[in-house]
Design a protein around this ligand. Structure first.
Ligand SMILES: C[S@@+](CC[C@H](N)C(=O)[O-])C[C@H]1O[C@@H](n2cnc3c(N)ncnc32)[C@H](O)[C@@H]1O
Length: 455
């Protein structure tokens, strides 16, 4: 591919004798293809075996695998069922570095389309609070869809500027990820268009924006909290120099070492003004050193006592009539009873993550688990509920084989004839929840969402 000349010259100066190996990767056609299996849906012991592609492990991510470029996992019904997320392999190292625990309060500040959010949510086993934010309203839609597909129930999706969130949540989060908007030099093979935008001026604009975002992230971190910063670019201005600025601006921040496994290399202190040696704790994933397109990662801990958050927690506002209809549906269709704080938006009802702060006044796209909608005297379950269940939690199941004609027809939105009359049933693919159906007088009415159907 054709690289911007100024970019190639800059990388030659930086990398010197290593530059040829680095630049040679752009001559190769094939990019690396990866998928990350979803431990919320696939039993950890059966991970790779459950997915019918030839996979080889990504060395720095236990749930990550490379797949063969001739395979198309994005077109398999298992993708629609949320069994995996297709993700550029070096990107998988970022959430591994933050590694939140179940029950923590976590913020993914630049989250769309959700590659890292879905990885963080799975690590949290759906326990605690995961706030996924993105400033761009269009990109937030894909984020919400991916969260739903992967079966995350402890997330809040918001569409705000980081400054707005920083005013609302000072000192609130245990862990924050800033996967920053960047000049995307590591994306050139994936999206050739990204190369045409490259200029040194753009790199510097990105660096200035990253600093503004990091100021907000710092404000929202608790004392002792962990901040992970990442980019998919190579420029020192957006990587080591951004971290150098951060350490000089907030003297209580301490860089923590990142394990240099599977070809991951240290950051380059020599590419900064101060050359401070702790910058080698950061990580560089070079495309000529690891099988991946490239990333930079830094991990920091806040040391300073921080005034604790004094906001309010969210309360239930769901009308009794709506809740009664949901409980009626639950008795008819499910074997489990959901507890938690139920909230309604018009006729729609969701159950919040635990804990969940009061979100009024923020642009909230989605909270917790969207259970469904009360319609006159009945309750219609949402697709998100189907994808968050295990098959054994449904009273009635219609299981379709992934290789069958029926699953393709169902995915397209067609009805199926079964001869039964069981009401709400969970349609599964090889036992994995896929969608809702309603079986009435021998026919299963299709509730696969219109916007997600096969074309
Ligand atoms: C590298 S992408 C995030 C990729 C995502 N973390 C993932 O793994 O799928 C950076 C994101 O930052 C968002 N963004 C740009 N400016 C922002 C800002 N000022 N605050 C928050 N997000 C911003 C972009 O819309 C973009 O979605």
């Amino acid at each position: 591919m054709k690289l911007p000349e100024a970019f190639a010259a800059k990388m030659r100066t930086l990398l010197q004798q290593e530059a040829d190996a680095f630049l040679a990767i752009y001559e190769r056609e094939e990019k690396t293809n990866g998928l990350r299996v979803n431990p919320l849906k696939i039993d950890p012991d059966a991970r790779a075996k459950a997915v019918p592609f030839s996979l080889s492990p990504v060395p720095f991510c236990p749930t990550g695998f490379y797949y063969d470029p001739n395979e198309q996992p994005g077109k398999h019904p298992y993708h629609a069922a949320g069994l995996y997320y297709i993700q550029e392999p070096s990107a998988m190292a970022v959430a591994e570095t933050l590694r939140p625990a179940p029950g923590e309060r976590v913020l993914d500040l630049c989250a769309a389309p959700g590659g890292k959010t879905t990885q963080l949510g799975a690590m949290m086993e759906n326990k605690g609070l995961l706030v996924a934010n993105d400033i761009h309203s269009k990109r937030v839609k894909a984020l919400a869809e991916n969260i739903e597909r992967l079966g995350l129930t402890n997330t809040v999706v918001v569409n705000e500027a980081p400054e707005t969130l920083a005013e609302r949540f000072p000192g609130f989060f245990d862990k924050i990820l800033v996967d920053a908007p960047c000049s995307g030099e590591g994306m050139f093979r994936k999206e050739e268009e990204a190369a045409s935008f490259w200029s040194q001026a753009h790199v510097e604009e990105c660096a200035a924006r990253q600093r503004r975002i990091l100021q907000s992230a710092y404000a929202m971190l608790k004392e002792g909290g962990i901040l992970v910063y990442s980019t998919c670019t190579f420029s020192p201005e957006e990587n080591e120099q951004t971290i150098e600025w951060l350490l000089e601006t907030y003297e209580d921040l301490r860089l923590l070492p990142i394990a240099k496994i599977g070809g991951i290399e240290p950051g380059r202190p020599e590419w900064t003004k101060t050359k401070r040696s702790d910058l080698a704790h950061t990580a560089r994933l070079w495309p000529h050193r690891v099988k991946g397109e490239g990333h930079f990662i830094a991990k920091l801990q806040k040391q300073r006592p921080t005034p604790s958050w004094r906001g309010r927690w969210a309360k239930s506002n769901a009308p009794k009539t709506v809740l009664r209809l949901y409980r009626q549906f639950e008795q008819e269709a499910l074997r489990t009873e959901r507890s938690g704080v139920f909230v309604s938006f018009g006729t729609h009802v969701s159950v919040l993550p635990d804990p969940c702060p009061d979100l009024s006044g923020l642009k909230v796209v989605r909270v917790g688990l969207h259970l469904g909608e009360a319609k006159k005297e009945r309750f219609e379950p949402n697709h998100a509920l189907a994808l968050a269940l295990r098959a054994e939690e449904a009273r009635h199941v219609l299981d379709l084989a992934s290789t069958s004609e029926e699953i393709v027809r169902y995915w397209r939105g067609e009805t199926l004839s079964t001869g039964g009359d069981r009401g709400w049933l969970l349609v599964t693919v090889d036992g994995f929840p896929f969608a809702w159906g309603k079986e009435v007088k021998g026919t299963v009415k299709n509730f696969y969402p219109k916007g997600l159907r096969l074309g």
